[in-house]
Every structure is written in C-alpha cells, then in structure tokens.
Design a binder for this molecule. Structure first.
Ligand SMILES: [Zn+2]
Length: 183
C-alpha cells in the first residue's frame, strides 16, 4: 500500500545547498533528507526550499548510536490503515472523504518513548528509518519543543517531538514511565 505512506499535500522535493543536491520528503511531522537526486522528485520552489533547508543542519547536543540498536529500541514500524471508503484517495462525493476526513487512512496509535532526553513517537521514527541504512548515526536533541535529528553520512531524519499541545506532556508522570534510550 505505497499510497498510504505519502500523505496528501506533502510532495517530495529536491533542494540544493553548497552545490549539493538533497532529496527531501515530509509528512508534516518527519522530514527525510537523502543525499543526491531521488527518482522523479522536482526542484522545490524557492520559498519551500528555504523552509526545508532550515531543518537540514542539526542543532543541540549529540550522541551516537548503532543504527540497529536505535531501530531495535523503536520497534517494528506500523503504517496507517488505508481508508476503506475512499481507498486512500481522500476524496468523496462532496469533496473530502466523510470517513477519513480527506486523510486517505487512519494513523496508528503513537508509541511514545524517550531518545536522548526527547519524547518521540517511536513508531513515526521507525517508519522513517525503515528503508535507511548506516552503521553509526548521530542523534541531536534539545528539548520537546525543538526538532530532533538522526544523522548519517548519506541521510538525515528530522522529527517533531511529542509535546503537550499534541496530547503528550513530557513532564507528566505518565511520560516519565515511557521507555528510554540514551541519557
Ligand atoms: Zn476516506
């Protein structure tokens, strides 16, 4: 079900920086930068390119993990279930599909956990990392209001942490009991 992996309105793009081309894809909460030109991506319009490049350089303190160790901690990725009414199209007779509200599917439950002091949906990160390979990766984190990076030589993943506004208060007792990887 490849369609369900590309939410509506989030087109993959090519961006250029310092003479290097990166392929970028996002679903609004995770950005994936791949070094080089991927398949049929199109150059991003300048405004979009500037927005995307804002997230290319990691910020914050960092630590390294073996990628397999990180993936093991995150668990197996679970993908959205395709909407049975519109078959992932997101559209119905009167505009947006009435069952999925235009999303084309239903997202899996978040799988909260801490990585290097940042509270993340581990499933979302597992999905982004699934096709990516590396031996060692650098993780950059600040706090739960700032982006979180996983950086390898040939790719970078940037994720929005879980936070109070999206229903996960990192200071709650519940959040304190979530699993942890790194200090
Ligand atoms: Zn639908």
């Amino acid at each position: 079900m490849p369609g369900s992996r590309t939410p509506h309105g989030h087109q993959p793009y090519l961006v250029e920086r310092d003479g290097e081309v990166w392929s970028v894809a996002t679903n609004g909460r995770v950005l994936v930068f791949l070094a080089g030109k991927a398949a049929d991506f199109e150059p991003a319009p300048p405004v979009v390119a500037a927005q995307l490049l804002h997230f290319i350089d990691p910020v914050g303190r960092s630590t390294s993990f073996y990628l397999h160790e990180l993936k093991e901690y995150l668990g197996a990725p679970v993908w959205p279930v395709q909407c049975p009414q519109c078959h992932g199209q997101g559209t119905g007779a009167a505009g947006a599909c009435s069952q999925c509200k235009g999303d084309g599917g239903f997202p899996p439950e978040p799988r909260p956990g801490w990585v290097f002091s940042v509270l993340l949906d581990r499933n979302l990160l597992a999905r982004a990392l699934e096709p990516l390979q590396a031996e060692i990766v650098w993780v950059h984190g600040q706090d739960c209001r700032k982006p979180f990076w996983v950086v390898a030589d040939a790719w970078r993943v940037v994720q929005v942490p879980l936070s109070a506004p999206n229903g996960h208060d990192p200071n709650s007792w519940e959040a304190d009991s979530y699993p942890r990887l790194g200090g």
